[in-house]
Design a protein around this ligand. Structure first.
Ligand SMILES: O=c1ccn([C@H]2C[C@H](O)[C@@H](COP(=O)(O)OP(=O)(O)OP(=O)(O)O)O2)c(=O)[nH]1
Length: 161
């Protein structure tokens, strides 16, 4: 995965969205942190990994991957805002299950929100990409899905979404 390229694409999209909504220069940190938490919740819902009370299976892989890369967008965006866009993720998950990894990711979001420092950002990025590994996505698949969704995001902005 070419993470520098994804940071560049994210920078362009963020600028485009902010200019289009007259938000240039506005501090959107809290909104982006909440957006990321919501995306993580939506992702967990699609995997159904915590629904021990149900026999229904997860959503289609492509649906889960698209939710996953929505979160990638907000993680990159937060890294750009904080000046941490040199970060490089690790991809290998530890010995935890999906539900545990979701909780680790959410804890990292809160830690980064409390203290906007490089080590907290790196932990968040690593844990999120490790979650992708646990969900069965390769770095190249994540990159391709990110690029596709980035394009969709431009189209949605252009169509007044
Ligand atoms: O400053 C921003 C704001 C948004 N996005 C992207 C991230 C994500 O890929 C998408 C927002 O998520 P989604 O497509 O789920 O939008 P929604 O408004 O929640 O969609 P829906 O109404 O379909 O649930 O916009 C950015 O990259 N930068």
């Amino acid at each position: 995965m070419n993470i520098e390229k994804l940071f560049d694409m994210q920078r362009g999209l963020d600028r485009y969205i902010e200019e289009g909504h007259d938000l240039a220069g506005k501090n959107l940190f809290d909104q982006k942190v909440l957006a990321l938490l919501v995306e993580i919740g939506e992702l967990a819902n699609e995997t159904r990994c915590f629904k021990f009370w149900s026999t229904k299976g997860p959503s289609e892989r492509s649906v889960i991957l698209e939710e996953f890369v929505d979160g990638v967008h907000f993680i990159l965006s937060l890294g750009i805002m904080g000046g941490f866009d040199q970060a490089k993720p690790s991809f290998e998950a530890g010995n935890v299950d999906q539900a545990q990894q979701f909780i680790l990711v959410m804890e990292s979001v809160h830690a980064f929100h409390k203290e906007k420092i490089k080590s907290n950002y790196e932990q968040l990025m690593n844990r999120y990409f490790e979650l992708g590994d646990l969900l069965g996505f390769s770095p190249d698949e994540v990159e391709a899905a990110y690029i596709a969704k980035n394009e969709v995001n431009y189209e949605r902005q252009k169509s007044g979404y």
